[in-house]
Write a protein that binds this ligand. Structure first.
Ligand SMILES: *[C@@H]1O[C@H](CO)[C@@H](O)[C@H](O)[C@H]1NC(C)=O
Ligand SMILES: *[C@@H]1O[C@H](CO)[C@@H](O)[C@H](O)[C@H]1NC(C)=O
Ligand SMILES: *[C@@H]1O[C@H](CO)[C@@H](O)[C@H](O)[C@H]1NC(C)=O
Ligand SMILES: *[C@@H]1O[C@H](CO)[C@@H](O)[C@H](O)[C@H]1NC(C)=O
Ligand SMILES: *[C@@H]1O[C@H](CO)[C@@H](O)[C@H](O)[C@H]1NC(C)=O
Ligand SMILES: *[C@@H]1O[C@H](CO)[C@@H](O)[C@H](O)[C@H]1NC(C)=O
Ligand SMILES: *[C@@H]1O[C@H](CO)[C@@H](O)[C@H](O)[C@H]1NC(C)=O
Ligand SMILES: *[C@@H]1O[C@H](CO)[C@@H](O)[C@H](O)[C@H]1NC(C)=O
Length: 281
């Protein structure tokens, strides 16, 4: 065959090969933990890693790691990724440690073969990495010594989550949901993590002496509920006892007054009769 023809076929072959073998994977990792960027070598050929060049690039083409003919090679690795990676040769997986929100993005793994004619890419795998962080459990704080006059004044907060939360609100037992809430979301400009807080101020509900408050955090994927926060008015029972004893006292006074009134009436009647009798006889 004409050598030019062979070369042409070779290029065509490689192009088709690469296109058909570019796989897209999705992976999720937690902030500050380890991300796994797989490079599954699906070709059945018995290729040893010592014959191949395996390397990962981010979307800016910066090299994370290179496994060059069986050995780690640092020359092309970008400073950003130095010391943050480790290669799992059994799984053909790259571990990216201490993952940051900024690491969200796409990563390409290439498996290359060195031949006498040059390098041939045998396989390319694209991984979409998303990074999330769990918000801390919402915690309720209250001003101390709540009385009926002071009303309810609560704050709830949750820290260091990602992505941005939707909302946070209070749930108060035996109360309509119409209370003013002031929600605030802030983002750390270094870690890019979000924190959220909500404050509530409302009068103490009438006719009850205790209230249970819950705080609910809603993100795109979950709803997290705080532990219940109990608010009990100081010694509500004494209040009630004083009230009822006052009523009891009033009833007793009325009863005694009526009793003595009747007694007086009887005595007066008796006296009148005694006065009449001598008059008749
Ligand atoms: C990251 O994790 C380490 C322990 O694994 C911890 O000490 C450190 O505080 C964490 N950093 C952040 C920003 O959460
Ligand atoms: C791969 O190598 C093993 C032994 O190392 C052999 O049994 C197997 O048939 C080989 N497979 C292929 C596809 O060459
Ligand atoms: C890597 O492979 C081992 C077994 O060979 C397995 O137990 C482990 O779960 C794998 N790890 C990943 C991240 O796939
Ligand atoms: C985050 O939350 C999910 C579901 O609540 C849980 O399965 C997972 O283990 C948590 N991850 C971390 C790193 O705390
Ligand atoms: C709350 O009450 C306790 C005693 O019940 C008292 O020691 C404390 O000073 C009070 N705090 C405020 C802010 O009034
Ligand atoms: C609620 O308490 C905070 C302090 O914890 C205070 O700054 C705020 O003024 C209080 N709000 C009302 C309406 O009392
Ligand atoms: C308050 O709610 C509890 C259950 O959450 C219910 O058993 C009770 O009857 C309610 N009280 C009033 C006054 O609505
Ligand atoms: C982050 O914000 C603080 C003020 O809240 C500012 O002093 C600091 O320079 C900011 N850092 C960056 C990297 O923007």
């Amino acid at each position: 065959m004409d050598p030019r023809c062979t070369m042409g076929l070779g290029i065509l072959f490689v192009t088709v090969f690469v296109l058909s073998d570019a796989a897209l994977l999705k992976r999720q990792a937690y902030f500050n933990r380890t991300a796994y960027l797989p490079c599954p070598f699906t070709k059945a050929q018995n290729r040893s890693q010592s014959e191949l060049v395996i390397f990962w690039q981010d979307q800016k083409k910066l090299v994370l790691y290179e496994h060059f003919l069986g050995k780690e090679k640092l020359d092309n690795v970008d400073g950003k990724y130095r010391g943050r990676t480790s290669f799992d040769g059994d799984n053909w997986t790259l571990r990216l440690h201490n993952v940051q929100i900024k690491d969200t993005g796409s990563y390409d793994c290439f498996i290359q073969e060195k031949t006498s004619k040059g390098s041939v890419i045998l396989q390319q795998t694209d991984t979409e990495l998303s990074v999330t962080a769990n918000f801390s459990e919402p915690e309720i704080e209250s001003v101390p010594n709540i009385t009926r006059n002071s009303g309810i004044n609560l704050t709830c907060w949750s820290k260091q989550g990602y992505p941005k939360p939707i909302k946070m609100y209070f749930w108060i037992t035996n109360s309509t949901n119409e209370h003013d809430e002031d929600m605030q979301i802030s983002q750390d400009n270094v870690t890019e993590l979000f924190s959220i807080s909500v404050s509530l101020s409302m009068p103490f509900p009438d006719d009850v002496f205790n209230v249970t408050a819950l705080c609910v955090l809603e993100t795109a994927s979950v709803k997290i509920v705080s532990r219940p926060h109990y608010i009990v008015l100081p010694e509500p029972q004494t209040d009630q006892k004083e009230n009822s004893s006052w009523i009891l006292g009033a009833v007793a006074i009325v009863f005694i007054s009526v009793f003595f009134g009747l007694l007086l009436l009887l005595l007066v009647k008796k006296c009148l009769r005694k006065q009449e009798q001598p008059g008749i006889s």
